[in-house]
Design a binder for this molecule. Structure first.
Ligand code: URA
Length: 154
């Protein structure tokens, strides 16, 4: 998918929207927004938090963000930007119909304020929150446990 979205102003400062990576339709991971590395490489979660997240992904996966364009200086996207971008994520969920959507962190969890999902939802903290609190291993174990609960017991 390659088109320019003008729902908010982030298209003016990012290289291009970053839609997704991976082609697994069972598990969809949703982060906050692309950062500098992602903007340069055109793929979500390729920086430090991506390294942590991808180390948990044994299965094929599908990764995206609640906001598709990089906010300047990697700032947190505003509520207005999240709202403006939501139709894209809702379209991804509705068309892919994953078994489970993993919402990583506070920004991604804003989806639930506006959308009543028909798929299973896992709420987990953002990998960078685990880095800041020095609990990366615990973060990985708990994410794996939550995934196993759903994927191994359909
Ligand atoms: N990279 C992303 O694509 N999303 C995040 O939330 C963090 C880093």
């Amino acid at each position: 998918m390659r088109f320019t979205c003008t729902n908010c102003n982030l298209y003016k400062t990012c290289k291009s929207p970053i839609w997704s990576d991976g082609d697994n339709y069972n598990v969809m991971f949703v982060g906050e927004a692309p950062g500098k590395n992602e903007d340069e490489q055109g793929r979500p979660f390729v920086g430090y938090s991506g390294k942590i997240l991808r180390s948990v992904l044994k299965e094929p996966y599908y990764i995206t963000n609640i906001v598709k364009c990089r906010p300047p200086n990697n700032r947190t996207p505003t509520d207005a930007e999240v709202n403006a971008c939501l139709p894209h994520l809702i379209h991804q969920i509705d068309s892919i119909k994953p078994k489970v959507v993993v919402l990583l962190g506070v920004s991604a969890q804003k989806l639930l304020r506006f959308y009543n999902p028909t798929v299973k939802i896992i709420k987990h903290s953002h990998p960078m929150a685990a880095v800041y609190s020095g609990s990366v291993e615990k973060w990985k174990e708990e994410l794996q446990e939550k995934l196993n609960k759903i994927l191994l017991n359909p």
